[in-house]
Design a binder for this molecule. Structure first.
Ligand code: GLY
Length: 341
């Protein structure tokens, strides 16, 4: 394994006693044994078959292969893994190492949160989506037949390794999906991500997310800005009949949110154009799939968004930044849908 590149960057997620470092750069998976919690005796490596990367924790380690795809995020898989780890004698003195994308980090993080009432875990994030979003911030969980991520826990990792070399083997669609989440970060702060190379862009996104999580770990308020672009995205995904990955749906959702904000006088047309430029600059879609022609269905799905505590809440841009807005008129929601067709 190549030594970790000295160009790697370290971003700290500052949560007092639970603070941890996120290492970003080529080859940082080689740092695994230096970020394992002190005193850990054995490592349970949780990964999926198609991830195709091995890691060396420097400890006595056992590999547990989880189901392929999103199917892995189930309570049945949590039970199976916990039982296998129990059978293999893992205890709270051990550590879980999650090697994979968002599915693996969500599942392994949740297993870590509940196994023996909580054991430490380290994420080796192998997908762009995991590196800029899922692996950071301690949101862990699995799906129910009733919906995605409906069972979970906030359980922060001990460290995260975002090895940008691992992106080289990522299928093109997976990379594009991560780019949708990356595009979101262009609008969350005044930081200019355009001039940065991919590794620096990932580190910048991690830094933005780390700041948001440090300010609002459990999403009492500010953390909801990380859902920018996600209201329409979740509706597209929940409708479920369209061949769009999460990040591709977020890309269309970002344009939609900008179109809504413009119609509410919150941003000007130049800012909407900026959204289109960033999204299309990543080669991502800026329009709804042609087959998705039923506005009523989308509006009904908006109402089921997890952010909807008291009526529909949309994250919308303004010159103060992205913020939650309630009470967007239905006519605006419909008109903006026409703008992404
Ligand atoms: N993926 C959104 C969050 O971590 O809050």
């Amino acid at each position: 394994m190549a030594p970790a590149d000295s160009r790697a960057q370290i971003v700290t997620v500052d949560l007092d006693a639970r603070s941890y470092d996120v290492h970003v750069g080529p080859g940082v998976r080689a740092r695994l044994n230096s970020v394992i919690p002190a005193g850990a005796r054995r490592a349970a490596v949780l990964t999926q078959r198609d991830i195709g990367w091995t890691v060396d924790s420097g400890l006595d380690q056992s590999v547990f292969t989880v189901a392929d795809g999103e199917e892995a995020k189930s309570l049945a898989e949590v039970e199976r893994l916990c039982r296998e780890m129990s059978g293999a004698g893992f205890t709270r003195s051990d550590v879980i190492v999650a090697v994979g994308g968002g599915v693996v980090t969500d599942l392994a993080g949740f297993v870590a949160a509940v196994y023996h009432r909580g054991i430490p875990y380290v994420s080796v994030a192998s997908s762009l989506l995991a590196q800029v979003d899922a692996a950071i911030g301690g949101k862990t969980g699995v799906n129910l037949p009733e919906g995605k991520n409906l069972v979970g826990a906030f359980w922060q990792p001990h460290a995260v390794l975002c090895d940008t070399e691992m992106l080289a083997t990522l299928p093109a669609r997976e990379l594009r999906s991560g780019q949708g989440e990356l595009a979101k970060y262009h609008f969350l702060t005044g930081d200019d991500l355009d001039g940065l190379g991919l590794d620096e862009r990932i580190a910048a996104a991690v830094r933005i997310k780390a700041d948001v999580v440090a300010a609002d770990e459990r999403e009492g308020g500010r953390r909801a800005v990380l859902n920018y672009g996600h209201t329409l995205a979740h509706a597209i995904e929940t409708a479920g009949r369209y061949d769009l990955r999460h990040g591709e749906a977020v890309a269309v959702g970002l344009i939609y949110a900008a179109e809504v904000a413009a119609r509410m006088g919150r941003i000007d047309t130049g800012r909407v154009a900026e959204h289109r430029q960033v999204v299309t600059g990543y080669g991502l879609p800026d329009r709804l799939p042609a087959a998705l022609e039923d506005d009523d269905e989308l509006l009904a799905l908006f109402g089921r968004d997890k952010k909807s505590v008291d009526g529909l809440t949309l994250m919308l841009d303004s010159d103060r930044g992205v913020e939650p807005v309630v009470g967007v008129p239905e006519s605006v929601l419909r008109d903006a849908l026409a703008a992404v067709r």
